[in-house]
Design a protein around this ligand. Sequence first.
Ligand SMILES: Nc1ncnc2c1ncn2[C@@H]1O[C@H](COP(=O)(O)OP(=O)(O)OP(=O)(O)O)[C@@H](O)[C@H]1O
Ligand SMILES: CC(C)(CO)[C@@H](O)C(=O)NCCC(=O)O
Length: 318
Amino acid sequence: MNVNSGFQHQENCTNDRSFIKATGGGAYKFSELFKEKLGISLEKEDEMDCLVTGANFLLKAVNQEAFTYLNGSKEFVQIDHNDLYPYLLVNIGSGVSMIKVDGDGKFERVSGTSVGGGTFWGLGKLLTKSQSFDELLELSHRGDNRAIDTLVGDIYGGMDYLKIGLSSTTIASSFGKATSHNKELEDYKPEDISRSLLRMISNNIGQISYLNALRFGLKRIIFGGFFIRSHSYTMDTIAVAVHFWSKGEAKAMFLRHEGFLGALGAFMSYETHSLDDLVVNQVMPLPVNASLGTDTNYDPLEGDLNGTESIQCSVYRA
Ligand SMILES: Nc1ncnc2c1ncn2[C@@H]1O[C@H](COP(=O)(O)OP(=O)(O)OP(=O)(O)O)[C@@H](O)[C@H]1O
Ligand SMILES: CC(C)(CO)[C@@H](O)C(=O)NCCC(=O)O
């Protein structure tokens, strides 16, 4: 669930109620709990609406928000506001939603996949006994997926299969080596398992995203969601998948504030928080757990999220 801290207190003679905007499944699931324990009503905002509003806001208002990531280096992309749409927004949370965005409030959820962040965390926990997502992610930094995945070279005696465009190092079958008769789970290193899993899931999301972009003729694919967490290997795998399948035609883009699109969108849904009502260069407090430092040296690929600071926004008046 995404909740934001734009806490509002409404009073009139008959009704004294406090509410906060909330989106996602948790806005429904925890509604009663919030009311019972905190006396707060959750005002539900549609999840897809909020994701799109959050992404559009960031892309328009925050300088150096979007970047591409290829071969280990990132490049910020300055997007002309008049040339922002259409794009494919891929939100990788527990599951994955793919949304074709045509404008403010104009979008269609065109696809999705249940193989997402929850799959990485869930399968990874079972297979590696990791106690936290961060531990699992950290394992993947040190792993070598070649110990688990079958590569084209493993099948072709170390050779490339260039006739169909596959090098010997391309993964032919994720987790293929785990079929080995004389090996059990304990014989594989948790870090290698984590790495294979991350590659499998990121690759798959990159591929499905590209196919959907192709379906609608979209050149830009923007990835968000808490799964990415500015993790370089995740972004690299997704970017390579998009590059590989599109033969360089489509670009994967990432967002500095990728994990908070829904919360931002819910925040924006307060009538007084629309983009047009904000002034140029205003420092806008972000929702709880939804902000990054104002440090201009901040590196999203290295940084961690601590959710206590504000974000410097350049907001254009309509
Ligand atoms: N510290 C963390 N703890 C748990 N999961 C994390 C953490 N950091 C990143 N993740 C990843 O984020 C995913 C959840 O992302 P997010 O909160 O955006 O989605 P959600 O709202 O639960 O799912 P959905 O969008 O499908 O409703 C997890 O499945 C996991 O892959
Ligand atoms: C169900 C939601 C939208 C909840 O956020 C998300 O988890 C999701 O998009 N899952 C993928 C479902 C599917 O399209 O197969």
